[in-house]
Write a protein that binds this ligand. Structure first.
Ligand code: GLY
Length: 344
């Protein structure tokens, strides 16, 4: 790896003076020292779920903090620990925080960066497919509460994102398939046929789609809701299974459900609903509800969804494409849950 390495893809997230570049391709973590230098930082804190040898020297005084990927570590308590360590190290808001890990790490470190000194630059190095295609892009940071997923957070755009696809070579197969969950839902929110592309191009396509949405609706006022395709049931499934079902797997099942729900509401025909199942299955993802999860439990969690307002809300396909549909009748939601196959 050399400092002259060029990323295979560069996607710009255009947000005025908060614009940034997402570099995608093998070896792009070598661009990290240059990214730190561009910020003019004198110190850096690297919060990393990967061993030190994965990252280059930054060329500035660096504190390294080990992180652990996983939803159970994505808490306000972890954010408090991190920010305390930043303060003891003497980090200022002219310095930089680097997050290296899966989506739970980039979400949690991103929130710590947004809060520390009311906002300190952060560079993300997502190491999971899920984080490279979605979580590390777009500035949503957050942690979970016992009451729900991502209920506390902030918008804090990174200064740069380095999606080094070499990280993916060491991913367990289950984690790679998990990442496909966010790719599968792209088929229904405007992506071209991802099956025709190799993995690096698939990541770049997902990032470009996300960038085009985020630049038009950074604060989730409307259009950005489409990125949460399959997520209403997906988040509920994660919580109802104590995260035994991973995020991408849960979104995959939620995507199949979204197809059925759209058909039940007369928004799409049965063939389009079946297409949801076919696409999700083509990635090796689950298409059935897990056994032993009560529909009332799912309903309770779905009511707490941030998009929900007073009623139940889902992003659903329809004649005008995917859009947020509010106040979906509870009976239709429950009947469609009952129509989902279970287990297997
Ligand atoms: N992951 C959905 C969003 O960033 O809006």
């Amino acid at each position: 790896m050399t400092q002259q390495l060029a990323a295979r893809h560069q996607v710009e997230v255009g947000l005025g003076d908060r614009s940034y570049t997402v570099h995608i391709g093998p070896g792009v973590r070598a661009l990290l020292p240059a990214a730190v230098a561009r910020l003019g930082a004198r110190r850096a804190v690297v919060v990393s779920a990967r061993p030190a040898h994965w990252l280059p020297e930054l060329g500035v005084e660096t504190l390294r903090i080990d992180a652990q990927d996983g939803e159970v570590n994505k808490t306000l308590a972890t954010v408090a620990e991190l920010t305390g360590a930043f303060a003891r190290f003497g980090l200022t808001r002219d310095d930089v925080i680097v997050s290296c890990g899966g989506g739970t790490t980039t979400d949690m470190v991103g929130l710590a960066a947004s809060l520390y000194h009311r906002g300190t630059p952060v560079i993300h190095l997502p190491t999971s497919l899920l984080a490279q295609v979605d979580a590390s892009i777009g500035g949503k940071t957050g942690v979970n509460l016992p009451e729900g997923k991502n209920l506390v957070g902030a918008y804090w755009q990174p200064a740069e994102v380095l999606c080094d696809t070499d990280f993916l070579d060491t991913l367990p197969e289950a984690e790679r398939i998990n990442g496909y969950g966010e790719l599968a839902r792209c088929h229904f929110i405007g992506a071209p046929d991802l099956h025709a592309l190799d993995l690096v191009d698939q990541i770049a396509t997902s990032v470009a789609l996300k960038a085009s949405v985020v630049t038009r609706d950074e604060r989730d006022q409307g259009l950005r809701h489409i990125l949460n395709y399959g997520h209403t049931l997906g988040h509920a499934l994660e919580l109802a299974t104590d995260f035994r079902l991973r995020h991408g797997e849960s979104v995959a099942i939620g995507t199949v459900y979204a197809g059925l729900l759209a058909a039940a509401l007369g928004r799409v025909d049965a063939a389009r609903a079946q297409e949801h199942r076919t696409v999700v299955a083509s990635y090796g993802l689950p298409v059935t509800l897990p056994e032993g999860v009560g529909h009332d439990t799912l309903l309770r969690y779905m009511r707490r969804d941030k998009k929900a307002g007073a009623g139940l809300a889902f992003v659903l396909d329809g004649p005008a494409g995917a859009e947020l549909v509010r106040d979906v009748p509870e009976t239709v939601v429950l009947d469609t849950l009952a129509a989902m196959p279970v287990g297997g």
